[in-house]
Design a protein around this ligand. Structure first.
Ligand SMILES: Nc1nc2c(ncn2[C@@H]2O[C@H](COP(=O)(O)OP(=O)(O)OP(=O)(O)O)[C@@H](O)[C@H]2O)c(=O)[nH]1
Ligand SMILES: [Mg+2]
Length: 341
């Protein structure tokens, strides 16, 4: 059985998840949670599923047999899904090889192989660490960076709520002193999630971060989530600002920030990829948060990130609700995308 079929069996509501419902006492909560998460993935990826995945299904019914035209159309579909040209070209090359060696004729058979191979592209290599690198002792500082409007503040709010529910003592630090109203927006999130807040408008971001991190040490917080400005006059300024922020954090906690998460808006496609490449040049990034996946039909962007940026996607945003921020899980992702195929 191919990888995709395994995943399908794992998450298929009709079989295994129904079983979970019946089984009341054991491991129930954990499994209920998985079920809920799978549903959030399914719902959030509806647009992508109806976009490129349904095109893939149509292609299979249009061409019963694998042919040159079939490959050409397939290539187009994959490129349109924002998978990234290089990945697509290599991918088609690999498929052609498999077709030749395994003497595959039916597009129906090839369809399953396509999903498996897409999965392999992502899993290949070792950038699968999607867990947050929590410090053993003292506060874990997570810095959020990214251009304006991608969803930094919202992501911090959603994550704060998630962490609070996990029993962590969370502090939000508003260091986006550049945009009017930004500090206030984060403060509102803190109030909504019942977590603490530190921030000051019209002051130097690095000094706000210093005071915030200091507070987190003195008051024994578990996690500090730092919101930064997306827009500064230019790249050099942004780089200097982030350098300064990093420096003050390190001066207080040598191993912090434990994570620097770059937030990318999935609806901006290749533009988001370019942002990631630029940010990687100016500061060290430990992971990606891919927001607004619910708003795009081009869910293939996860694979483009893998190819072009080679950083782990740690969280994905699948909607505007608090629970729609999910830890990225490639199996749930593949299932959410291809479950109807
Ligand atoms: N549909 C959807 N909307 C999202 C998601 N994440 C964020 N948004 C929306 O995107 C918009 C911008 O979000 P913000 O969190 O303010 O973005 P930001 O990066 O902090 O923006 P600046 O502070 O201006 O740099 C808001 O309307 C959010 O509700 C998501 O996963 N799905
Ligand atoms: Mg913001």
């Amino acid at each position: 059985m191919g990888l995709f079929n395994k995943i399908k069996t794992m998450f298929n509501k009709e079989d295994s998840l129904k079983e979970i419902e019946k089984d009341e006492d054991t491991k129930n909560k954990e499994e209920e949670k998985v079920k809920e998460e799978v549903e959030i993935y399914e719902k959030g990826l509806t647009k992508s599923r109806e976009g490129f995945v349904s095109r893939l299904a149509n292609l299979t019914s249009k061409y019963k047999k694998v042919s040159e035209d079939y490959f050409e159309e397939l290539e187009e579909i994959l490129i349109m899904a924002d998978i990234g040209v290089h990945t697509v070209v290599d991918f088609i090359e690999r498929l052609r090889d498999r077709v030749k060696h395994e003497k595959i004729e039916s597009t129906e058979v090839l369809k399953e192989i396509i999903v498996d191979e897409l999965f392999i592209i992502y899993v290949d290599g070792d950038v699968l660490v999607n867990k947050i690198n929590y410090s053993e002792e003292g506060p874990t500082v997570i810095l959020f960076v990214g251009v304006n409007g991608v969803g930094k503040t919202t992501t911090i709010g959603k994550l704060a709520s998630k962490m609070k529910k996990e029993g962590k003592k969370v502090l939000l630090v508003g260091a986006d002193t550049f945009r009017a109203g930004a500090v206030e927006q984060l403060k509102e999130w803190a109030e909504r999630c019942h977590v603490s807040f530190y921030g000051k408008e019209n002051s130097d971001p690095a000094s706000v971060v210093y005071d915030g991190v200091k507070k987190s040490i003195d008051e024994e917080y578990d996690v500090v989530l730092v919101d930064t400005a997306g827009r500064l006059q230019n790249k050099v300024n942004l780089m200097k600002e982030l350098e300064k922020i990093n420096k003050v954090i390190t001066s207080l906690i040598p191993e912090a920030p434990q994570e620097v998460l770059l937030v990318i808006d999935a609806t901006t496609g290749q533009n988001g990829i370019s942002q990631a490449i630029s940010f990687k040049e100016i500061t060290s990034i430990t992971g990606i948060v891919l927001t607004k996946l619910d708003g795009t039909a081009k869910g293939g962007i996860v694979l483009a990130i893998k190819e072009k940026v080679d950083l782990p996607v740690k969280f994905i945003g699948l909607g505007e609700q608090e629970q729609d921020l999910q830890v990225f899980d490639i199996e749930k992702y593949i299932y959410g995308l291809f479950k109807d195929l």
